[in-house]
Design a protein around this ligand. Sequence first.
Ligand code: ZN
Length: 113
Amino acid sequence: MPIYEYECRACRAQFQSLVMKLDDESRLRCPECGNGNLKKLISRVVYHVSESARLEAYDPKAPKSDSFYKDTRNIGLHAKKRAQELGVDLGSGFEAKLDKLRTNPGSVFDESD
Ligand SMILES: [Zn+2]
C-alpha cells in the first residue's frame, strides 16, 4: 500500500498518510493545524518499518553510512539503543524532544527550556 509523506505548508509539520486513490489526497489535512495546503515529500523514501524494528536492527558499533545520518528517523536511535541496553528509562520528555527533533530539526535549538 502506498504510504506518502507530506509537509504542511502552514506549520511545517510532517506526517505520513496512506493514500488509496488520488481523491484521498485532496481531502488530507495537517494533523497539527488542520491546514489543507500540503506538500508531498517525494524525495524521501518511506520505509515500512516500525521504530522498535529499527531499534532492533540497529548496531551501535557498526559503521554508519551518510544516508544513516540524513535519515531523521535515526535521530536519537543511538541514545535509545544504549538506554535500552543499560535498562535506563529516558522518560516521555525525551520522546517528545525526539519527535520534535525528527520532524523539525531546527526547532529544538530555538527553545530555551
Ligand atoms: Zn500544519
